[in-house]
Every structure is written in structure tokens, then in C-alpha cells.
Design a binder for this molecule. Structure first.
Ligand SMILES: NCc1[nH]cc(CCC(=O)O)c1CC(=O)O
Length: 311
């Protein structure tokens, strides 16, 4: 038997409005699952490197673990009991002492376009604000006339850039907009048009691998289908040597008990891209399917595309 964890439980999170909304959502789920009192869970905001550097595209900062390092340290130091993350921002290689204890039921995986009803409705030469190499490459592939403007900052900053006309349009994850109460903003783009980033829409909770009592407590929140899909997408990224700063999209979905993984890699200017899909058959290991998909994509890629990955 595990000893019951000491209360209050300390939930570590980034301090951005979206991170705090996700922390509150997790807190509510824990309270509901275990009949806890709100005072039993303390939300502890921790500033990460990614939060501190706001003026450059993240891909340029070059550091590793931009959104996780400080939370990892807080876990190791015993300052927090677990950390809540947007899985999209969690690297595929994690410290061995840290475990993903739960993946919450996945939200809307799509990107939403803000500033136009659809990709085809953008004005000629529209300025698209984004700092995501994937979104930039996908938009340039769909609309070679559009111009990419580097746009960083939290969701509110990016929405404001469209409001003020600093850019004509931007793309944001539907999941983040919904969690911030912006359910009505923007037009969701079908995944057939714009395949999302791996792990988009998934919230994960990490803790120290050795803390069995905390893992058991968090395990009650784990959504098996979401966890399987996230694991497959992580295996895909790992096999490709990619991360959330690569012009890579991947989405695993389960329908009628069958997992299908779709993935796309692009050159940063969108001029070259490859997309492939694979389905798991009964008895297949989803992570193996995803790894094999990475190989298939690579084999189908031009030299220019291949050069982007560390093979
Ligand atoms: N890189 C920032 C980030 N990380 C996770 C989300 C959205 C929430 C999610 O995907 O679960 C966002 C904002 C965005 O891409 O619009």
C-alpha cells in the first residue's frame, strides 16, 4: 500500500494564462476524481526559459527543454508534487527520473485561423503572424502568396496583433482558445487541410517516477485513448529526431478501435512536403507503427527535406 500523499498537493505549472487555465482544469479533475477539497491542491506557478524570452522565435533560442526545465527542477527539489504541461511543448526525450503519469482526455486537435473564414479566403499577399515553423511552412504550401511575420507571445498577444492590424491573420490551437474561453474566435481548419502539431490539444501530468503514491493518484485522470495517441505521436517525433520547433505535423486518432497516424514534413518555405499515413492492425504496437511511419516519410522525402532531419 502507498502512504497517502501529504496535503496540500502542490501542482506546478507555467504562469501563462493558458497554463493557469490548464492547471485549474487539472485541479478540478483531481477534486472530482478523489473527492478532495479545493484547499487540498495548491497551484504553484514556475517561470520557464520559454516564458522569459519573448522577443525571438523559439527555434532560434536553441536551448533545450524551454518549457520543462524549471518544472523538472522543482519536481526534483521536492518543491512541487507534479507538473501540468501542454504535451505539445514537452520534448520526446525526458529525464529518466520523470514519468508521464496521466494524459487528460484530448481536446479539439485542430488549429483555428483568426482573421479569415478559411485559408482560401485570405487576401492576396496576406501577412500571417506565427512563430511556428510548422504553421509557417503549411501556410506557404497552401498559399504561396502569403507572407510570414514572426509573432510570439501568449494567446492574448497574438489575438491583439490581428485586432490592431499588425498582421492579417494568425493560427492558434483550438484547444488553447477554448480553454481560455475564446470558443467563438476564429475558424477551425480541418486536419485534412492543416495537420496539427504532434500532441496538440493534449494535457499531460508529470511527476517523479519514484513517487508511486502520486502516480496512483494522477493515474485516475489518465484517458487511455488519448494516452495511446500521444505515445504514438511522441514515438514518431522521436524516430524523426524532430520536436515542436520542426516543420512537422502528426496526428494519431482512434476510430472503431483502429489507430491511424497521419504525418507530414515540410521544408520551412513550404515548397516541398511529404505526407503519409499508417494504420495499426489488431495486435500492432501503435508506437512501432508511428516509428515505421517516420521511416516511410523519410524514404519518400527529397534531399532538401531529408537534410532537415538528423539522420
Ligand atoms: N506552443 C504554445 C502552445 N502550446 C500548447 C498550445 C495550445 C494548447 C494545446 O495544444 O493543448 C499552445 C498555443 C498554440 O499553439 O496556439
Amino acid at each position: 500500500m502507498n502512504p497517502p500523499p501529504a496535503l496540500p498537493l502542490r501542482l506546478g505549472t507555467r504562469g501563462s494564462p493558458l497554463a493557469l487555465a490548464q492547471a485549474e482544469l487539472t485541479k478540478a479533475a483531481l477534486i472530482a476524481a478523489h473527492g478532495l477539497d479545493p484547499a487540498d491542491i495548491l497551484i504553484v506557478p514556475v517561470k520557464t526559459t520559454g516564458d522569459k524570452v519573448q522577443d525571438r522565435p523559439l527555434a532560434e533560442i536553441g536551448g533545450k527543454a524551454l518549457w520543462t526545465k524549471e518544472l523538472d527542477r522543482a519536481l526534483a527539489a521536492g518543491d512541487i508534487d507534479f507538473a501540468v504541461h501542454s504535451m505539445k511543448d514537452v520534448e520526446t526525450i525526458r529525464p529518466a527520473e520523470i514519468a508521464i503519469a496521466a494524459i487528460l482526455p484530448r481536446a479539439d486537435v485542430r488549429d483555428r485561423l483568426i482573421g479569415a473564414q478559411g485559408v482560401e479566403d485570405l487576401s492576396e499577399g496576406a501577412r500571417i503572424g506565427t512563430s511556428s515553423p510548422r504553421r509557417a511552412a503549411q501556410m506557404l504550401a497552401l498559399r504561396p502568396d502569403c507572407r510570414i511575420k514572426t509573432l510570439r507571445g501568449n494567446v492574448a498577444t497574438r489575438l491583439a496583433a490581428v485586432e490592431t492590424g499588425a498582421v492579417d491573420a494568425t493560427l492558434l490551437a483550438a484547444a488553447g482558445l477554448d480553454r481560455l474561453g475564446h470558443g467563438e474566435i476564429g475558424a477551425a481548419i480541418a486536419t485534412e487541410t492543416l495537420l496539427p502539431a504532434a500532441q496538440q490539444g493534449a494535457i499531460g501530468i508529470e511527476t517523479l517516477a519514484e513517487r508511486a503514491e502520486i502516480r496512483a493518484l494522477l493515474g485516475a485522470l489518465d484517458d487511455q485513448a488519448s494516452a495511446l495517441c500521444v505515445a504514438a505521436e511522441r514515438a514518431f517525433l522521436f524516430a524523426l529526431g524532430a520536436d515542436c520547433h520542426s516543420p512537422v505535423a502528426a496526428l494519431a486518432e482512434i476510430a472503431d478501435g483502429v489507430m491511424t497516424v497521419r504525418a507530414q514534413i515540410l521544408t520551412p518555405d513550404g515548397s516541398d512536403a511529404v505526407a503519409r499515413a499508417a494504420s495499426a492492425q489488431a495486435g500492432d504496437d501503435p508506437e512501432k507503427i508511428a516509428q515505421d511511419l517516420a521511416v516511410t516519410l523519410y524514404e519518400g522525402a527529397s534531399p532538401a527535406l531529408r537534410a532537415l532531419f538528423a539522420w
